[in-house]
Design a binder for this molecule. Sequence first.
Ligand SMILES: CC(C)(COP(=O)(O)OP(=O)(O)OC[C@H]1O[C@@H](n2cnc3c(N)ncnc32)[C@H](O)[C@@H]1OP(=O)(O)O)[C@@H](O)C(=O)NCCC(=O)NCCS
Length: 193
Amino acid sequence: MKPEKQFEREFSRLMNPYPVIETPRLRLRKVFRADADDLLEATSDPRVTKYEPWGPYNREETVQMIENIQAQLEAGLCTEWAVERKEDAKVLGLIHLNKVDFFNRSAEVGYWLQRKCWGQGYATETLKALGDYALSVLKMDEIIAICHPDNAASLRVLEKAGYKYHKTLPGYISLRGNTADCLQYHVTRWDLL
Ligand SMILES: CC(C)(COP(=O)(O)OP(=O)(O)OC[C@H]1O[C@@H](n2cnc3c(N)ncnc32)[C@H](O)[C@@H]1OP(=O)(O)O)[C@@H](O)C(=O)NCCC(=O)NCCS
């Protein structure tokens, strides 16, 4: 069997049952329809969606987003975790690994959290935990993050979570009619050693 096929099989095995990732303050777990109200606090906020190609969303669109995620999870097409705060079971936002590339053993991470919890280290804790999990348990070689150059908070989070600048992607994103370059950061399995 080709190594990429073998890796894909092993990846599917490790994703079933769906992994729950624990940090001191957070639990990363599957997304449910019951998370809609908590998620709406983030999806409806233009400060959260400013650097995202989607949103802001209303409640109906947020429920639709959850249903799309669930359908993709069922089909094994995406890996998305709700970021739940342990102390009050509040869902602060989402983090995902997409564009999983079984040949290069890489994936792209994306994340967003509701405004009220910013500045308390939650994003760094989330990103670090998922990166460690992907590199050490899922045996991926590289996790990529793509960030708008004006998104200073996210760039700082990437730095704090151990990601390094890799390259600039010219004209990578179109945000509400404005095309911009993006910065590609990454962390690799060898960084853990
Ligand atoms: C990016 C985001 C996830 C950060 O969440 P968070 O929980 O506040 O992150 P943390 O608390 O772990 O760290 C934030 C860091 O950014 C810094 N920061 C915040 N705003 C900043 C700004 N305008 N300029 C420079 N640094 C900034 C904070 O001071 C902190 O760094 P510090 O610990 O050295 O003080 C959150 O702002 C968000 O959801 N943004 C919208 C979605 C998004 O941009 N996602 C990323 C797409 S690439």
